[in-house]
Ligand binder design. Structure first.
Ligand code: PRP
Length: 217
């Protein structure tokens, strides 16, 4: 045990990290240090299991994993698709379920039928581009926003948006609706390709325990 190197985890800050830590606790991986919410520490260690954890902004998680600064990451599939980093996606953790959708006013549905050149606002320009160019073969102008994307059609910045829909209440409260579904989303575990080779047994064991816990056979 003692000659093992530390396995480092990058967790997307917020609800995903909390859910991930809950799940890890269920399979006996704890990190007491991380529970102290007043702490300003950035890296937390479980000496006994030789594990290190740090929290990062979601879009940075695949970056840490690609460069090997973290062996393993947990982040939403939206971020994995948008960042398109060289990492292995090894497990669907089953929580954080939502959908990436094209949304807009009811009247905007028509604009998706005839390959018209329309304006699409999104926090996810790469996902939006891939969907419209490669799947729908529709030329569009993509406008990158950083949040509150639903504003796009409301203030006539864009015709439609590509955004995450969870409960649908943001859309409903703003008179918008799902026009097309791009893909389903949930939290995923990603692994650095070199770590996967060097630490195959430890990573496989972890993935198998998680699979059993979340009920994947
Ligand atoms: C996300 C997403 C939608 C909303 C969807 O935004 O971009 O706006 O949640 O959830 P709902 O279907 O349950 O209403 P988030 O709250 O992360 O903030 P943002 O708008 O600033 O990106």
């Amino acid at each position: 045990m003692s000659e093992e190197r530390y396995l480092t985890f990058a967790l997307g800050k917020g609800r995903l990290a909390n859910k991930t830590l809950e799940l890890f606790e269920q399979i006996g991986i704890t990190c007491e240090e991380m529970k102290d919410k007043s702490s300003r520490k950035l890296i937390f260690v479980n000496e006994e299991l030789k594990l290190r954890f740090f929290l990062a902004k979601g879009p940075d998680v695949p970056t840490y994993v690609e460069y090997g600064a973290a062996d393993i990451g947990v982040v939403g599939r939206d971020t994995i698709l948008e960042e398109n980093r060289n990492v292995y996606e090894v497990l669907d953790l089953g929580f954080g379920k939502c959908r990436m959708c094209v949304c807009g006013s009811h009247a905007a549905k028509e604009l998706l039928q005839h390959h018209e050149r329309i304006r699409v606002a999104s926090k996810y320009p790469n996902i939006a581009k891939d969907y419209f160019y490669n799947k729908k073969h529709q030329t569009v102008d993509i406008i990158k926003l950083n949040g509150s994307v639903e504003l796009g059609p409301l203030v006539e910045l864009s015709d439609v948006i590509v955004d995450i829909v969870e409960t649908g209440s943001t859309l409903r409260e703003n008179g918008l609706e799902v026009l097309e579904e791009v893909c389903p989303l949930s939290a995923r575990m990603i692994v650095n390709p070199v770590s996967m080779q060097m630490e195959t047994e430890r990573i496989k064991e972890l993935v198998n325990k998680l699979r059993a816990e979340i009920g994947i056979v």
